[in-house]
Each structure stands twice: as structure tokens, then as C-alpha cells.
Design a protein around this ligand. Structure first.
Ligand code: PFF
Length: 457
């Protein structure tokens, strides 16, 4: 096949790491992790999250990057190539299709929430949080999400930023953006976490986050932790596979994956360290759910000195984290189209962006006009769920675990030990048996338990 698109590869391993960490670190770390930890009892959740990420998400992450680098193309075509090369069942192409479709769905709703983050930079800068009480902050949030036109503007802006970066290319778009934005994000977050250590609620926050109370561990806690691990390290949607395809042959995948998973977990913890002291200092509720970031924090920002600056920095950080994740959701789709049609990514990225924008309308309206519309209620499933809830549930609880399961079976059972060992690169010998064991047994077991629990609960 003749290649009609510009060569796609990272110019350095640092660039790959920043792109992959950029994908992993997102709304999942700064928005979802702290509230899940809050709802699930703090320390217990955090410890279990760390353990399940190590035992399940990390081994799958290694396989995903490896499959990408072996296939050297977008997830769908990489899988096709691997199937032909290893003469195995066509069914495995589901890994590519499932991931790519999942990436599209997540992109469609992720950009709506990313839009909230952008909107909140504006609110912070205009001093809109000053003197807020819980009721005012809650009604401010309702006003933001209750107005579809407003959401559309911010969703459009968020998607436009994402499209702009991907359209510019792997090297001059994605790479350039992440090597600039990711260090910025680390500095902002470290600054916020450091600031949080000076607050009176810091001690209580640490106690909440790190005190392990066995009584708080329920089966749900373990499942929530596994699900969050998948989402947070960006496995199963083809993002890491695509980024792996652009990685040089010699790089050690194990080392890279450990760095990515560690950085991702550290950012989630730092986000907690930045957020919970604010919550405890101002006597707010750590377990307030998804509203933690958008309702509880503004109250704190409206009260503290320099609240305008700190609030704006926080929501800027959240937006940067979200954009660098969204580009990794768009890239697998654009890469696949680029391989199959005679259009350049300058056209393809806006095209996919436009379709995702239209698909995102359902999510935008889930928070206002269609808040009471439960699309699957007529079929007797997911009866209370809005379109957004259905999309989120389907991707997090069905598509991601299924693709994760298939990927662990493919890399763990279908490919031979020798093939995989060669594909992993430098220094794999030492940890190879451990990784393979986790991939063959622990990961499938973890994923199947999500399914069983979802059916039973
Ligand atoms: N890891 C991102 C987050 O934590 O927000 C979300 C994500 C991005 C998931 C890309 C999957 C993915 F392929």
C-alpha cells in the first residue's frame, strides 16, 4: 500500500511520554477521581485504586502500547495487520473497532464537560464566585448546564481547540502542544497542592485521603476503582495504541507504561491534595459527588484570598488536562481515516470534529431540555438514565471492559511468549513473567467481575 499521509512518529521519547501522560491525565483525574474517592470513603478507595491499577490497568496499558507499536497503524488497521501476520481469528479486529467507536462516543461527551471547564475559567476570572454559599454555587452550576446555547458555545470552543491541534499533525500539532502544556499543567498543579498545605483543613484532608478504614471497603468500592483505573490511564479506546504506533522500535514499553501510570496516579493524588484541604477548610462536604469540582470548589474560591487567581488557575489546569486527553480520542479516528481515504488530516480532523459535535448535542441537552428523556426506558434498561448517562455507562462499563478483556486475551493467550517478548523491547526479561501472569489471569478476572457485578447490581 502506498502511504499518502505525512509520516507519523514522535521526534523524541519525551514527546511520546508527554502525549501519553497528556492522554491519561484528564477530567478523570482532576474531576472524577477526587469525587469518587470522596464518595467511596477516601483512603480505602485510594489504596484499592492504586492496587487495581497496578494489577490490572498497568498490564493492559503495556499490551495496548505494544500492539500499537507492532501494528504501526491506527487501531483498526493495526489489528488487521496483526491478525494477518499471526494467522488468527478475524474477530480480534473488534479490539480496533470497539476502541475507535468508543473513542468517538467518549469524545462526543468529553468535549461537553471540557466545555464546562472552559466556562468556569471565565466565571473565575470575572469574580463570579465571590461570597458564594452552597445554594448560590449550586444554582450557578444549574444555570450553566441548564442553558443549552451556553453549553454549545463552550463545547464548540473545546472541540475546535482539539481539532486545531490534531489537524496540525502528529509532530507539529500534538507533539508541540503536549510538550508545552503538560509541564505547564504539572507546575500549576504542584503550585496548587503546595498552597493547599498552608490551609487549616490540610490535616483533616490528609486524614480523609490516606487513613485506611477497612469498614469502608465494599464490593462497589473495588469495582469503582477498577473502572476508574481503565478510564484514567486511557486504556481500551485505541488512544494508547495509536500513540504506541508512533513510538520508535527500541523504546522500552514497560518503562514507559510504568512512568505513564505513575504520573497519572500522582496527578490524581495531587488533585486530591489540592482540592480536599479547600473542602475541609470551608466546612464543605467531601462526598458531594460530581458537583465537587463545579459546585463545592467555587465556594472555596469565592472565600479565600487570591480566590480569583487560584480559581482561574484551577479551571485552566482542568481545561488543559481535558484538551490533551481529547486529542488522544480524536487521533485514532483521524489516523484510521487518513489511512483509507485520500484526504489530508487538515480536512479529516474538522470533519470528525463536526460529527462529534453533532453527536454531542444529545449530551448537551441531557442537562436541560432532555433532562427527563430516558432513551432506553422503553426497552426496560437503564431506565433512569439520560443520553449522557447512557453514553457514559456504555463506554465505561461495556465497551472499555470488553476491549480491555479482548486485548488481554489477545496479547496474553493468542500471541506467543516469544513474539511478545521481542515486541516489548529493552529489559523486558526481568518483569515479563509477572506481566504475563497479570495479563492472562488478573486482568480478565478483574474485567469479568465488573460485568458480573453490573448484571447483578
Ligand atoms: N484518561 C482520560 C481522563 O482521565 O480523563 C480520559 C480518556 C482519554 C480515556 C483517552 C480514554 C482515552 F482513550
Amino acid at each position: 500500500m502506498t502511504i499518502s499521509y505525512a509520516p507519523r512518529h514522535w521526534t523524541s521519547r519525551f514527546a511520546f511520554l508527554m502525549a501519553a501522560i497528556g492522554s491519561a491525565v484528564g477530567l478523570g483525574n482532576v474531576w472524577r477521581f477526587p469525587y469518587l474517592a470522596g464518595e467511596n470513603g477516601g483512603g480505602a478507595f485510594i489504596l484499592i485504586y492504586a492496587l487495581t491499577t497496578l494489577a490490572i490497568a498497568l498490564p493492559i496499558l503495556i499490551s495496548e502500547i505494544m500492539l500499537g507499536r507492532m501494528g504501526r497503524q491506527s487501531p483498526i488497521n493495526a489489528m488487521r495487520g496483526l491478525i494477518a501476520e499471526h494467522k488468527t481469528l478475524r474477530l480480534w479486529v473488534l479490539i480496533g473497532w470497539g476502541g475507535t467507536i468508543g473513542a468517538f462516543i467518549v469524545l462526543s461527551y468529553y468535549s461537553v464537560i471540557g466545555g464546562w471547564a472552559l466556562k468556569y475559567i471565565e466565571l473565575a476570572l470575572t469574580g463570579a464566585f465571590a461570597g458564594e454559599t452552597n445554594e448560590i454555587a449550586a444554582s450557578q452550576f444549574s444555570a450553566v448546564v441548564g442553558n443549552p446555547y451556553n453549553l454549545w458555545i463552550w463545547q464548540t470552543l473545546f472541540l475546535a481547540l482539539t481539532v486545531f491541534i490534531v489537524a496540525a499533525g502528529v509532530t507539529s500539532g500534538i507533539e508541540r502542544a503536549v510538550v508545552l502544556l503538560m509541564p505547564l499543567l504539572f507546575v500549576l498543579l504542584a503550585g496548587m497542592a503546595l498552597y493547599a498545605t498552608t490551609m487549616s483543613g490540610f490535616g483533616d484532608a490528609m486524614e480523609f485521603m490516606f487513613a485506611f478504614n477497612l469498614a469502608k471497603v465494599k464490593p462497589d468500592t473495588i469495582l469503582a476503582a477498577i473502572g476508574q483505573g481503565f478510564f484514567s490511564v486511557s486504556i481500551s479506546l485505541g488512544a494508547m495504541m495509536t500513540y504506541g504506533a508512533y513510538l520508535d522500535k527500541e523504546a522500552s514499553i514497560g518503562r514507559a507504561a510504568v512512568i505513564i501510570a505513575l504520573a497519572d496516579t500522582m496527578v490524581a493524588l495531587l488533585a486530591g491534595i489540592a482540592i480536599f484541604p479547600l473542602v475541609f477548610t470551608y466546612g464543605l462536604q467531601p462526598s458531594s459527588g460530581p458537583g465537587l469540582t463545579f459546585i463545592t470548589l467555587p465556594i472555596a474560591f469565592g472565600t479565600i484570598g487570591n480566590g480569583i487567581l487560584i480559581g482561574a488557575v484551577f479551571f485552566l489546569l482542568l481545561s488543559v488536562a481535558a484538551v490533551t486527553s481529547a486529542i488522544s480520542l480524536l487521533e485514532p479516528i483521524v489516523a484510521w481515516l487518513e489511512e483509507g481515504v485520500k484526504l489530508s488530516r487538515k480536512w479529516l480532523a474538522p470533519l470528525v470534529g463536526a460529527v462529534a459535535w453533532v453527536a454531542g448535542i444529545g449530551t448537551v441537552l441531557s442537562f436541560n431540555w432532555w433532562a427527563d428523556f430516558h432513551p432506553l426506558a422503553a426497552f426496560g434498561v437503564m431506565e433512569q438514565m439520560t443520553i449522557f448517562d447512557v453514553l457514559d455507562f456504555t463506554t465505561s462499563n461495556i465497551i472499555m471492559p470488553t476491549v480491555g478483556l479482548l486485548m488481554s486475551l489477545f496479547a496474553g493467550w493468542v500471541l506467543s511468549g516469544k513474539v511478545v517478548m521481542d515486541a516489548l523491547g529493552d529489559g523486558a526479561k526481568a518483569w515479563f513473567p509477572l506481566w504475563r501472569f497479570a495479563l492472562r489471569y488478573l486482568a480478565p478476572l478483574g474485567v469479568v467481575s465488573i460485568f458480573v457485578a453490573n448484571v447483578l447490581i
